[in-house]
Design a protein around this ligand. Structure first.
Ligand code: ATP
Ligand code: MG
Length: 239
């Protein structure tokens, strides 16, 4: 159990304070002011009923949806609006339905290196081959046409495309909800491999409705209810 004392001492990978988002049409809170700490090595699962605001929260945390108020602090430094692009490369959001370009798997993997935000990074085929080994895929998988892949394979390619860029936090918005059990576990295996390669210095936040998956991928549990976030640190204090 985390005490308030150790909470203060633990170096937060990402901290959010008073992060909120409102419906632009009527000004109602979609995300009530939320506080949270994510530490290196955390595997957080976010639970909550459909429509409770889990995706709104995670998209706001990823700065894909603009917060109306609040602060994000990455490795102790407040994130400024001008940092948003670089921030999104570090705090990566994976959605339920993968989107690939109509080219080979390897073409999809090399594409991010054309973007200005990755100008200092280089495509590393050996690194990709090690990821493929972890999920028992041959290197010839890289030659496949992205548009002919199954939904599960597309999700794996989307993950590879993100993981190769060394994010520090993965925000996973039901990435396996459309996949069968064995493919879902392959996705979990790939993410676990990434955590191990990074020696537990990275973290994951999973949204999942699957209780068995939540038990496999989580060591902290947060709850979302009607746009209100309860973390495992705040749970005792709010009630
Ligand atoms: N851009 C937006 N503008 C207005 N309302 C929105 C917007 N995005 C989401 N909402 C609303 O916010 C609420 C929470 O939606 P959200 O997608 O976060 O739910 P969720 O918890 O992820 O549900 P599920 O488990 O079904 O994915 C819903 O009522 C939704 O209609
Ligand atoms: Mg959702």
């Amino acid at each position: 159990m985390v005490t308030e004392n150790s909470e203060v001492k633990a170096p937060a990978l990402l901290q959010a304070s008073n992060l909120s988002r409102k419906d632009p049409l009527n000004g109602h809170f979609l995300l009530h002011p939320a506080d949270c700490h994510i530490r290196r090595g955390d595997r957080i699962v976010l639970s909550g009923a459909s429509g409770s605001g889990k995706s709104v929260f995670v998209r706001t945390l990823a700065l894909l949806d603009q917060p109306d108020a609040g602060e994000l602090i990455l490795y102790g430094k407040p994130v400024q609006p001008a940092d948003a692009c670089r921030y999104r490369a570090q705090v990566a959001y994976i959605r339920q339905s993968p989107v690939l370009m109509q080219t080979s798997v390897e073409g999809n993997l090399t594409f991010p290196f054309c973007l200005a935000v990755n100008k200092n990074k280089k495509y590393d085929r050996q690194k990709i081959e090690r990821f493929l080994q972890a999920i028992d895929r041959p290197n010839t998988f890289l030659d496949k046409d992205g548009s002919t892949l199954s939904g599960g394979e597309k999700q794996l390619v989307c993950l590879l495309r993100v993981l190769q860029l060394d994010p520090c936090l993965l925000l996973l918005d039901e990435p396996t909800s459309a996949l069968d059990e064995s493919t879902a576990q392959l996705v979990e295996k790939l993410i676990e491999h990434w955590m191990q390669v990074n020696k537990q210095q990275t973290a994951t936040l999973w949204i999942s409705h699957d209780e068995q998956q939540k038990a496999r991928v989580g060591n902290r549990v947060w709850q979302m209810k009607s746009g209100q976030l309860t973390t495992d640190e705040t749970a005792g204090r709010q009630k």
